[in-house]
Design a protein around this ligand. Structure first.
Ligand code: PMP
Length: 407
């Protein structure tokens, strides 16, 4: 593929040489989690061998090194998503924790009886359940933007859902189940015209499409490190400074305080306000290394290559008799979702696994959108930039063989 040397980048990922049932691993489960390049693995090893400490800069040499490494990672995140201010970048455990933080802290302050929260039919459970819990606790209502038969949200219906009780719109950037790229900039613009706060769930967009939080214009943008070649247990909540500063801390403890007496605690300014206790320092450093790795490849190059791969996969799978593609919006990112007549999705997954091909089968933590299409589960191959056209051919060959043997 012009401009992208996939075989060179594959050498950066040791696990891609793994053999499964005697066959070369084909990893098509990137929407669940991504693999880690040597650069990330080595950066974390270096941290533990040369920099490990808690982050209290002034105490000693290692404390200064650990603090510098951690704060460098925060700056890399800022640059990667083009946030205006490094102190708006809060390290959390992942997307799930980020959304829960916003629902508890911002939601706890601003959502009351009779208020409304808008999500879309495409959401991952992580962007449904915290809002549902908030709505239940407050007597508020969850409203859902419907999708069309291809799997895109209906902007006209969205406009109709907005009213003067709408407090927040929380929307996924890319569907983890269908791969739909949602026009989040437009969704945010419409909300902002009504003074409504917005959150974008970037768990599935961060590794596949350029992200510029100032261009998107939302108040919050959240993602997980492990979906972008970094470790699990580290993620990001970006929030607009004015909005974050108006939120109470959600957890209390060390690191987030300026002064404590039994009568009253004075909190640290951003970002520490929202980073109570010892964080996941080494993995934050690993996240910084992962984002620097992606920067070197260029997210535009990655995105272009992956779109060609997804289009090829859709076209090849689409020719298999009895195969139903679910989610057919043009320009999808990463995710192919399908069912195969005569087989459970489990059976398809097992047949692929026997050939060393890893895909997810199941409900993908997004049951409402699958039920919208009348299914409970799908087979979900999901791509990253280290996948090849030959790997898609292997996937298609196995599925085609199954289709040919249909009972
Ligand atoms: N939102 C979306 C769109 C996702 O794909 C995922 C992960 N599958 C999440 C949220 C939750 O991410 P995590 O489990 O890393 O917190």
């Amino acid at each position: 593929h012009p401009g992208f040397d996939v075989h060179a980048v594959r050498r950066d990922f040791p696990i891609l040489s793994e053999r499964i049932h005697g066959k070369q691993l084909i990893w098509l489960d990137n929407a669940a989690t991504t693999h880690k390049p040597r650069q990330v693995i080595e950066r974390i090893k270096y941290f533990y061998e040369h920099e490990n400490s808690n982050i209290h800069r002034a105490a000693h040499v290692l404390a200064a090194r650990a603090t510098d490494a951690y704060e460098h990672a925060r700056e890399v995140v800022r640059r990667f998503i083009n946030a205006p201010d490094v102190n708006e970048v809060i390290f959390v455990r992942g997307t799930t924790e980020a959304i829960n933080l916003v629902a508890k802290s911002w939601g706890g302050k601003h959502v009351g009886e009779g208020d409304e929260i808008i999500v879309s039919h495409l959401e991952h459970h992580a962007n449904i359940v915290p809002w549902q819990q908030l709505a239940e606790a407050r007597g508020a209502k969850l409203r859902v933007i419907p999708v069309d038969d291809e799997g895109q949200i209906l902007l006209g219906e969205y406009r109709k859902l907005i009213n003067d009780r709408t407090k927040i719109v929380a929307i996924g950037h890319v569907s983890n189940t269908l791969g739909t790229v949602v026009p989040v900039k437009e969704v945010v613009q419409i909300a902002r015209q009504h003074g409504i706060v917005t959150l974008v769930d970037g768990a599935q967009s961060i590794a596949h499409t350029p992200v510029d939080v100032q261009d998107i214009g939302a108040d919050f943008f959240v993602f997980s490190g492990h979906k972008i070649f970094a470790p699990t247990g580290i993620g990001v909540l970006w929030g607009r400074r004015s909005v974050l500063e108006d939120m109470p801390p959600w957890q209390g403890g060390g690191n987030m305080i300026a002064d404590v007496t039994f009568e009253k605690t004075v909190f640290q300014p951003l970002p520490n306000t929202f980073e109570a206790g010892t964080g996941n320092i080494a993995d934050a450093v690993g996240l910084g290394a992962a984002l620097e790795y992606v920067e070197r490849l260029g997210i535009e190059n990655i995105s272009r290559y992956e779109h060609a791969l997804v289009d090829y996969g859709m076209q090849q799978l689409g020719q298999i008799p009895g195969l139903r593609l679910i989610g057919t919006v043009p320009g999808k990112a990463s995710v192919l979702s399908f069912t195969l007549e005569g087989y459970t999705t489990d059976e398809v997954g097992k047949a692929l696994n026997a050939e060393g091909i890893a895909v997810r089968t199941g409900h993908h933590c997004a049951q409402p959108i699958l039920r919208r299409f009348g299914v409970e589960t799908t087979v979900r191959p999901s791509l990253a930039f280290y996948n090849t056209f030959e790997e898609i051919d292997d996937l298609v060959r196995v599925v085609r063989r199954l289709a040919g043997q249909r009972r």
